[in-house]
Every structure is written in C-alpha cells, then in structure tokens.
Design a protein. Structure first.
Length: 292
C-alpha cells in the first residue's frame, strides 16, 4: 500500500468542503486531480470514504476512522518540513475556536501573551456558539477550542482553564431594579431574552436558573450578545450573560444588574478531539493556557 500525503491532504480537504469543486479551489488543484487522488486512495484502502449524495460527499464510517489519523500524519509531515527552520520552536498555523464571550473578551488577551512569549504570529480564530465549535473540533476543522461549557461528546476531551461570573441584567426602569437582593420568587412570571440553542449563556440559564423560576417565559431568542443587551435595554425581557460581556453596558448605564442570592459562577473549558495529534505548537499553546 502506497498512500501519499497528497492523497491524505485531498481527503482532509474534501471533509472540510464537502464537494470536489470547493476542495480543489482550496487545495489549488484541478477538480480532476482531486477526484483522481480520492479515487486512488479509496482503491488502495478497499473502501469508499464518502457517501455520494446529490453531488456532495458525506463522510461515512470508514472515512471517520481515517480522519484523525490523516490529520495527525499531515501535521507530523509539517513538523518535518519545519524541523530545521529558525522558527521550528513554534511553526505552522494554529486553528482556534472560541465561544462568543471568550472570543470577544478573553482570547485577545491570551493571544497577545502567547505571541509575546513564543514569537508565533500565525493563528486563525473562529468565533461561534459552543455547539458549532464542538462540531468543528469533531470534523478536525479546528485544532483546539476555548468554550463556556464542558463538551458532552465522547470523542472530545475537556479541561478547565479559567472561571467566569454570570449576571442578570434588566432595563433601568424594571420594577426589580430598586431591590438590593433578589430571590427566585421575585423572578416568578418573568420574561427572558435568551441566546440561541448551543450557546454557553443559554445553557447556564436553563441549567442553573430556569429550574428555580416559576412560570418564566422566553421573550426573544437572539444569536449575538450585543443584540441581547440592546433588547434588554429596550424592555423586552431580562438577560443572563457573562459579566465580561455585560460590563460596558453596565458602565454606560444602558442596563442595570439584578443581584440574585444564588451562585453565578461557571467554568471556561479548553476542548480538543481525543485523537488530535499535539504538535509542538499546539502543546505550547495548551501549556500557556494552563499557566493563566
């Protein structure tokens, strides 16, 4: 069996782009060359790696078994290419996923410190909700992720790297704004503006607050924190979000914070695929996060 790195690169490229045309553009190869490389790889393995559905290539079970190994081999090959370069200590591109709060308020600080320490400047950042970030880790489209909740998928490994404090915000004119401290009884029949399904803020509210509140209802579901803050400011409901994300709106007097007599802490998690190869660059980034 003579599997080539080119074949593996084509295979991984297709998993990330779903069509031969998109993969060929990304890999700077002709569509025919991509198709031939995939065909040769599948022939050598004796198994198709994708299901063909309406001109799209959907990774099948055999392909899922190959993906972590192909990802590791390609990263190891990159390590060999850069082994003797002056930048060998921290070479390659690091693909980082971050949930909304971390991506906007924590990751810039982390990257600044990491760049200073390692003199490495090639990072790609993808910011979205925790659910989508975890899916991209499982598809090996990201190397590592920093998210606001522990990953539940069995093929992902989560470790705590920091902590966060959540808060409840309300419009300035809200009847509860004058109370120094609230109980859950005060929140009976309350309306809430929530982030979309898959976000860490929504999960915290549903798991830690909603079960204690009688007859609460959802006023709006939004997919950005700024839209949530603006909706709360306009009286559309209460909001639950990170204190980091709410700090500027609170300082500017756009909203007010309600003090609930209930713990509002949560943990930030560093997440990777269990089969992800830890090249020197990735190891250095993990070590840096562990020092925070």
């Amino acid at each position: 069996m003579n599997i080539s790195l080119k074949q593996l690169k084509v295979f991984v490229g297709i998993t990330q782009h779903a069509t031969l045309t998109a993969a060929s553009e990304r890999l700077y190869l002709s569509k025919a060359a991509v198709s031939m490389a995939l065909s040769e790889l599948e022939k050598q393995l004796g198994h198709p790696l994708f299901d063909r559905v309406n001109h799209r290539l959907i990774l099948n079970q055999e392909g899922q078994k190959l993906l972590p190994l192909a990802d590791e081999l390609l990263h190891r090959a990159n390590d060999i290419n850069t082994l003797f370069s002056p930048q060998a200590k921290a070479s390659g591109t690091l693909r980082i996923g971050a949930s909304d709060t971390i991506g906007n308020h924590v990751l810039p600080f982390i990257l600044s410190g990491f760049r200073q320490q390692q003199q490495h400047y090639s990072q790609q950042v993808f910011i979205s909700n925790s659910e989508l970030i975890c899916q991209k880790l499982r598809d090996f489209e990201l190397d590592i992720a920093l998210i606001e909740g522990q990953a539940q998928q069995s093929d992902l490994v989560s470790t705590v790297f920091s902590q966060d404090s959540m808060c409840i915000i309300a419009p300035l004119s809200h009847p509860l704004a004058a109370k120094l401290q609230l109980s859950f009884n005060d929140l009976t029949n309350s309306e809430w503006v929530l982030r979309e399904a898959g976000s860490g803020s929504r999960s915290f509210f549903l798991q830690n607050l909603a079960t204690h509140i009688d007859n609460w209802s959802q006023s709006f579901e939004l997919n950005t924190t700024e839209a949530l803050i603006n909706s709360v400011a306009e009286g559309l409901g209460l909001g639950c979000l990170s204190s980091l994300a709410a700090q500027y709106a609170l300082q500017d007097g756009r909203v007010t914070q309600l003090n609930l007599n209930h713990p509002m802490q949560r943990q930030f998690w560093l997440v990777m695929h269990k089969d992800k190869y830890k090249n020197p660059l990735l190891t250095q980034f993990i070590d840096f996060c562990d020092q925070l």
